[in-house]
Design a protein around this ligand. Structure first.
Ligand code: PEP
Ligand code: MG
Length: 529
């Protein structure tokens, strides 16, 4: 062993990595305050200006008929009435993207409802400029770091993790953080070695660092002997191509247990054979967003959902509404709260900001016309939240049907991750199905934040409580005649899985990297129907 600096934290069980340190100097994910009205005006103004310039340069290279369309679009972009409507929305507290969408929405539906064919055709041109400005509004992505580095910092924003290409190896060493946080969950799903809660330390950029995700050990400037010890343990050093899952359709369906997959990133499906699972049990849509402008971009959302359905090839795809808030703020969006895990999170935030919810609802209704899509509501506490959301689905379905747009009403289910909802499950008649979110259920049951290393032991000891509650909840769901599954991390823990199955669960959804291990446990448990 070397005399190098050695720090002990908690690991994520994903092997080890070595690489040069990338020392993060960035503040943790931008959170809180809505950007000021003047900044919102400025960014909308800049985005419109960029869009006009792009259309003008297109006009210079095109034929007269196309130039007419472009001229109309430029005129609309410069229309002072639209600018005033957008300004009014910003004055009411909307960010630039939502203000722009709201201002154009009235125009678009006015054009769509016209009796005149030519005017109706203009709606498409308006949708085009709406989306062009939204694209221009997309914020700069967070600064990435070189492939193969070890990210060293206080904590790491999920969006930064997702923006990075991990196929070249690398790992994460965090001074704070917890193995139950969202970024840890993402790291596990991609097999990226990670150690959290190692305490503060100083390391120069580019210094070699070793992260052992199995033991939680971090070594700054490791010796060959340090690395050899880990290599002898026969764990595979990175780079990490996704461990390819063998095709197993027969094995999954032989069992009475449906085995689905949790997807947090579009690259998850691109590297996974759909035959390895029975469908998508949880799509965390909040991780598919690269900026606040994406929240307003119905078209982009629709395309992403359709891509999931296409990949699943007829198997069910359960798409969760944006679960923003808590440790998942989206830059420039949301509200400043002293205790965000107990505040406007998940469905609470969506119902408080219905413009955002309605856009996602429309994208989902449209995508549902193309395959077996189901919708999952995050952080539900009271039956009224499900009822209000369903009403919004019905209203938006009526609007789209009036516009002759193909839609289908999906099944609407809810996450069971707030204890009040789990205990009162029988009152949620309006939900079509249930999915147990044990990650949050554990934190709210133990009053121990999932991202706080000081209380991680309490959090971990929630398993017996969870198992008892799961058994009770499953019994109630069965009495109600409603399907219930589990998509929290407890389902992917081979040691707990037999107890989960014994509790009556017959549908589990786990990270792609856990599919193989879970399948083995199911086979050993012989849970044939
Ligand atoms: C959960 O809370 O268990 C869950 C699946 O949702 P997330 O981890 O995204 O909060
Ligand atoms: Mg949750």
């Amino acid at each position: 062993m070397s005399g190098a600096l050695r720090l002990q934290g908690q690991g994520n069980g994903c092997g080890y990595a070595t690489g040069p340190a990338h020392v993060s100097t960035e503040p943790l994910s931008p959170r809180g305050d809505q950007v000021s009205p003047s900044l919102e005006f400025d960014s909308l103004d800049r985005a419109i200006g960029e869009s006009v310039a792009a259309l003008e340069s297109l006009m210079a290279q095109t034929d007269p008929a196309s130039a007419d369309i472009l001229e109309f679009q430029i005129e609309m972009l410069r229309d002072p009435v639209i600018a005033e409507m957008a300004a009014e929305q910003i004055g009411k507290g909307q960010n630039a993207a939502f203000a722009w969408v709201a201002a154009l929405e009235e125009y678009i539906s006015g054009f769509e409802q016209s009796e005149d064919d030519d005017i109706r055709a203009r709606a498409v041109d308006m949708i085009d400029i709406r989306d062009r400005v939204l694209r221009a509004l997309e914020g700069m992505p967070a600064a990435d770091f070189p492939k193969g580095s070890i990210f060293v910092g206080r904590d790491m924003a999920p969006s930064l993790f997702l923006a990075h290409d991990w196929t070249g190896g690398g790992g994460i060493a965090l001074e704070a953080g917890s193995t139950a946080s969202h970024v840890a969950l993402l790291a596990r799903s991609k097999d990226v070695p990670m150690a959290v809660g190692i305490g503060s330390f100083v390391v120069d950029p580019e210094t070699p660092v070793l992260v052992d995700g199995d033991s939680g050990l971090v070594v700054v400037d490791p010796s060959h002997a340090d690395i050899a010890v880990l290599a002898k343990g026969e764990r595979t050093a990175l780079p990490i191509a996704r461990r390819s899952e063998p095709a197993v359709s027969g094995i999954v369906s032989r069992n009475a247990v449906e085995l689905l997959v949790n997807i947090s990133d579009i690259s998850d499906i691109r590297s996974l054979d759909p035959r390895a699972c029975d469908g998508i049990g949880l799509l965390r849509t909040e991780f598919l967003l690269s900026s606040a402008a994406d929240l307003a971009n119905e078209e982009k959302q629709f395309q992403l959902y359709c891509e999931m359905l296409k990949w699943a090839d007829g198997k069910p795809v359960t798409i969760r509404l944006f679960d923003l808030g808590g440790d998942k703020p989206l830059g420039g969006f949301g509200v400043e709260e002293r205790n965000p895990f107990l505040g406007l999170r998940g469905i609470r935030l969506l119902l408080a900001m219905p413009v955002m919810l309605r856009i996602q609802v429309r994208a989902l209704l449209r995508a549902a016309a193309f395959g077996p899509l189901k919708v999952l509501l995050p952080m539900v506490t009271l039956p009224g939240e499900v009822e209000d959301t369903r009403r919004i689905f019905e209203e938006e379905a009526a609007v789209l049907a009036d516009r002759h747009i193909a839609i289908s009403m999906p099944a609407i289910g809810m996450m069971v991750e707030v204890p009040a909802a789990a205990i009162m499950l029988d009152t949620f008649e309006d939900a079509d199905f249930f999915s147990l979110g044990t990650n949050d259920l554990a934190q709210y049951l133990t009053a121990a934040a999932r991202d706080n290393p000081s209380v991680v032991d309490l959090y971990r000891q929630a398993a017996p409580t969870l198992l008892r509650l799961i058994a009770q909840t499953v019994a109630v769901a069965h009495d109600m005649g409603k399907p219930i599954g589990i998509c929290g991390d407890l389902a992917g823990d081979p040691a707990r899985l037999p107890s989960v199955i014994a509790g009556g669960i017959r549908q589990i959804s786990v990270a792609p990297s856990q599919l193989a291990a879970v399948r083995t446990v199911l086979e050993q448990a012989g849970v044939d129907g």
